[in-house]
Design a binder for this molecule. Structure first.
Ligand code: ADP
Length: 355
């Protein structure tokens, strides 16, 4: 029965996603107030238009007495559970198994909930994030499709892409090469064949721990690099000879805060500048793809060059814009919401409508 239910849900989600056509989908997620933020939040800055309540797509932010309204494909209020959020993206995970190239980004200022959305809260398995949940789904599907002849092989890699290198200061030197077969080779990156959820979880932990973490005023654990988790899926159906080669990229972007607010100086300031540069390179690529320009500036940052094969074409892209409900962050939140609106308006690639 569970299987039939699951299959029904999957079909429904599939139809919902197809309705969204070829644009970049954007989901907005507002995190709850943290215990030490209460006092700075007299007067709520976030509200949800009642006309939009049923669809769950609208959000309003009030700054300096002015209300700004936005609409996205989905808005998650602070009470949305990790499971509810995952249900909305699980079809994209299935798409990767079906042979699509999928990118899911988390964008927002430091402390807005990007890592919580992607990884979850350490030590709280019920609050695990999109990456571990996606892996579980993939391994479950892998097993359940075996009787129909499908066999999957997987390779996983995860790495913080070094914003420092782009800035010219010493850091890990990566070279990225795309070969004629559409494979991407990154020096110094460990790509491993994976057989079980446990193996991937171990690798993920290692990568997350080695991520460059520095201190700024924004957040003690402020992450100063992008974190890219890539899972390559090679599927072969031994009875029909069908093949599927999909890629799932889950990307926790470095904080988007502006220089003045991060309070960075010295090396940290240089890093913040480099992060801003690579985030603007990402938006340049997205907007160039949307305008169908002849030249797409993939090579302007390591991040966009790494993801080149997975952006545009018939790939599927989803961006989470993570928002803090704290009054002190209203300016940054407004910037993030505006950026996300521009991204949401983009139509890139060819919509694939198959059943
Ligand atoms: P970022 O990765 O954007 O810097 P984090 O994911 O580290 O931000 O979130 C900042 C803090 O808020 C963390 O303590 C995190 O556990 C908490 N948090 C973020 N989102 C949620 C949420 N939806 N529910 C509960 N706590 C959250």
């Amino acid at each position: 029965n569970k299987v039939i239910e699951g299959e029904k849900l999957r079909k429904e989600l599939h139809n919902n996603i197809l309705e969204l056509k070829g644009n970049i989908r954007v989901f907005c997620r507002v995190r709850p107030l943290l215990p030490d933020e209460g006092s700075s939040t007299e007067g709520k800055i976030i509200s949800y238009p009642t006309s939009m309540e049923a669809s769950g797509r609208g959000i309003e932010l009030t700054q300096n007495g002015q209300k700004h309204s936005f609409t996205y494909d989905k808005v998650f209020a602070p009470d949305a559970s990790q499971e509810e959020v995952f249900i909305e993206i699980s079809q994209l995970v299935q798409s990767a198994l079906d042979g699509y190239k999928v990118c899911i980004f988390a964008y927002g200022q430091t402390g807005s909930g990007k890592t919580y959305t992607m990884m979850g809260r350490p030590g709280h398995p019920e609050e695990k994030g999109l990456i571990p949940r996606s892996l579980e789904q993939i391994f479950q599907t892998k097993q359940s499709q075996q009787p129909q002849g499908w066999k999957y092989e997987m390779q996983s890699s995860s790495e913080g892409t070094p914003t420092r290198v782009e800035n010219g200061t010493p850091g890990k030197q990566y070279t990225i090469k795309h070969d004629a077969n559409g494979n991407t080779h990154v020096s110094d990156l460990t790509v491993v064949d994976v057989q079980s959820v446990k193996e991937v979880a171990f690798l993920l932990n290692q990568a997350a721990n080695s991520r460059s973490v520095g201190k700024t005023q924004m957040n003690e654990q402020s992450s100063r690099s992008h974190f890219v988790f890539t899972l390559r899926l090679y599927g072969v159906n031994e009875s029909t000879d069908q093949q599927a080669q999909g890629i799932l990229n889950l990307i926790d972007l470095a904080g988007s805060e502006r220089l003045s607010r991060s309070g960075s100086t010295g090396d940290r300031l240089k890093e913040t500048q480099a992060i801003n540069k690579s985030l603007s390179s990402l938006s340049d690529v997205i907007f160039a793809l949307a305008k169908k320009e002849d030249h797409i500036p993939f090579r302007n940052s390591k991040l966009t060059y790494l993801l080149q094969p997975c952006l545009g074409g018939d790939s599927k892209t989803l961006m989470f814009v993570n928002i803090s409900p704290d009054q002190a962050s209203a300016g940054e939140s407004l910037c993030s919401l505006r950026f996300a609106s521009r991204v949401n308006a983009c139509e890139i690639g060819t919509p694939r409508c198959h059943t």
